[in-house]
Write a protein of this length. Structure first.
Length: 468
């Protein structure tokens, strides 16, 4: 191992103290499971102290190029002054009032002007709120009870209708779980069969417009056609793709005509702006003007119309109008994708690392020497990237203020990490990886690695560790 390139980031003393303390006061140690300690190497920052543009600094003052950008929520850059300045100005005027803040109308009109086919909007603070609101509207509109979504997509909501279909369903009654059904987003025929299995019962389909990279526009267009021909509401979740895959998102790029759409992440540049948009006849079921049908208690939140977060969204919209943010994103993503592919080929790792790229995102599939998908090898790659000043979780998305120097640093770190990866393929990953592999977010027991040879798990009554 003496010939392996050395890591430049080695001091995690304060991070170690943070990790030791945080689980005693914060459930899970974080407020998003994908940010948890079980998703990162031991040799990684436990918490971030600050960020500026495309870089962040951890509690030990280690500096990193940020590849994930707040789970994709930061589209322009950390502490991006045109957004921060607008928020600062609004905070001087107040954040919350007894009646709606006047900025609510302004932002609603600006956002709807960007979203063809969307007539109405409701603001919220997180994505689960708006996806659940969309499902509720669809059920009321169709007077049907079942909701269908792709079983091969990672996440739609922390609410019962989605989580009940995962392995982490403790606390959710079986009677609730029966109202959710799933299909394979890559195979529209599985959805067609679902409608045949439950005739006249499915209220809506909720789906991301791009299920993975590379995406399949033909598949999602078929899913829309099947949905609408069966009288169900077609909901597009643009939480990840909004203001990244295009402006406003993927549905206009692909040519979809959703009945409802959900938004968030990149539109607030890190501030908690989320929204539900849709057709007037569906959305107005949650209003106070229509009187013909029972009213849906849709979204009612003290902080849904928080003025400074709406100011952030307004500033982001203005920046996208003034600059070619999408074009800049695509150029940076293309550089990273091309660079990573060249490095993988040069290290003769094409059978072990697959670079999956769309115009707006790069992700990696990692395998072991036998060609099996390997969480351990993926974690090793993360460990080695982080140890070279790149905060990496297996994928790259861009922000407007990422620089050419940032891209060069990402690729340099990846080059050295691939050298280590190649060594691990020959000599074993356990010799190099400090700690274990990342554990699945959706696992029944916290101590379980999520891999079990049989379902249901025969050890379930006593198992609190690995099933392997």
């Amino acid at each position: 191992m003496t010939n392996l390139p050395l890591r430049t980031v080695t001091n995690f003393a304060r991070s170690d103290r943070y990790r030791a303390a945080v689980h005693k006061v914060i459930v899970g140690g974080a407020h998003t499971y994908s940010k948890g300690d079980d998703q990162f190497p031991v040799l990684a920052p436990a918490a971030i102290a600050r960020g500026k543009h495309g870089r962040v600094w951890d509690v030990d003052n280690n500096e990193y190029v940020d590849c994930a950008l707040g789970l994709g929520a930061v589209s322009l850059g950390h502490a991006y002054e045109p957004v921060v300045g607008t928020v600062r100005e609004q905070l001087e005027r107040g954040a919350a009032f007894q009646r709606p803040a006047s900025i609510e109308l302004e932002v609603a009109e600006a956002f709807l002007a960007l979203t063809p086919g969307m007539d109405r909007i409701k603001f919220a603070k997180n994505g689960s709120n708006v996806t659940t609101a969309a499902v509720k509207l669809a059920r009321a509109f169709t007077q049907r009870e079942l909701v269908a979504f792709p079983g091969n997509h990672p996440f739609y909501s922390f609410d019962d209708w989605f989580i009940g279909a995962t392995s982490v369903r403790a606390g959710i009654p079986d009677g609730v779980r029966q109202f959710s059904v799933t299909y394979d987003s890559g195979n529209p025929e599985t959805l067609r069969r679902l409608f045949e299995q439950y005739p006249g019962q499915i209220a809506c389909i909720i789906t991301e417009p791009e299920e993975a990279v590379p995406s399949s526009p033909d598949a999602i267009r078929s899913i829309e056609q099947i949905t609408k021909s069966n009288g169900a509401v077609f909901i597009v979740d643009e939480m990840v793709t909004g203001f990244r895959a295009g402006l406003p998102g993927s549905y206009t790029e692909i040519g979809l005509k959703p009945d409802l759409a959900t938004w968030g992440k990149a539109i607030g540049n890190g501030f908690s702006f989320c929204a539900l948009t849709g057709r007037a006849d569906i959305m107005e079921l949650g209003g106070i003007k229509q009187t013909e049908r029972p009213r849906v208690f849709l979204l009612s939140s003290t902080h849904g119309g928080e003025a400074h977060t709406l100011a952030a969204a307004r500033a982001v919209i203005a920046e996208y109008a003034q600059h070619d943010v999408i074009g800049r994103h695509r150029d940076l993503v293309a550089q990273v994708a091309a660079g990573m592919r060249e490095i993988v080929a040069r290290h003769l790792l094409s059978d072990a690392i697959t670079v999956l790229a769309s115009p707006w995102r790069v992700s990696l599939a990692c395998k072991d020497a036998s060609g099996n998908v390997s969480p351990s090898h993926r974690m090793l790659l993360m460990q080695e990237m982080i140890g070279r000043g790149v905060l990496f979780q297996g994928f790259y998305v861009a922000c407007f203020t990422h620089t050419e120097e940032d891209i060069a640093r990402i690729l340099e770190a990846f080059d050295e990490a691939c050298f280590v990866y190649g060594y691990a393929l020959q000599h074993g990953v356990n010799e190099l990886l400090v700690g274990g592999a990342a554990r699945p977010v959706f696992r029944k027991y916290a101590g379980c690695d999520g891999v079990c040879p049989s379902t249901p798990c025969p050890h379930e009554s006593k198992c609190r560790g690995s099933h392997v």
